[in-house]
Write a protein that binds this ligand. Sequence first.
Ligand SMILES: [Zn+2]
Length: 82
Amino acid sequence: MSNHVFMRPEEAFPVQEKEPVPGSCPKCDAKSLFRYPVLSEGGWFLVVKCQKCLHCTERNHWNRLGHIVLATDTLRGMKKGD
Ligand SMILES: [Zn+2]
């Protein structure tokens, strides 16, 4: 049985493609982990969140300008000096 309950979007982009992530939420055990970019104070992050309880299991820096990918963002081996 599945009823679709849409949570209040917490990002600026409610319509966002989300990539399903295998595994279950460590908090509520729901198998509804999705990876998608969010914009927060520190810039863009690529997060893995449970869509049921919104527990965040992963959070990584994403492209500086979000959906706009700069060539410099794709360069590897360049570590920021903090
Ligand atoms: Zn959960």
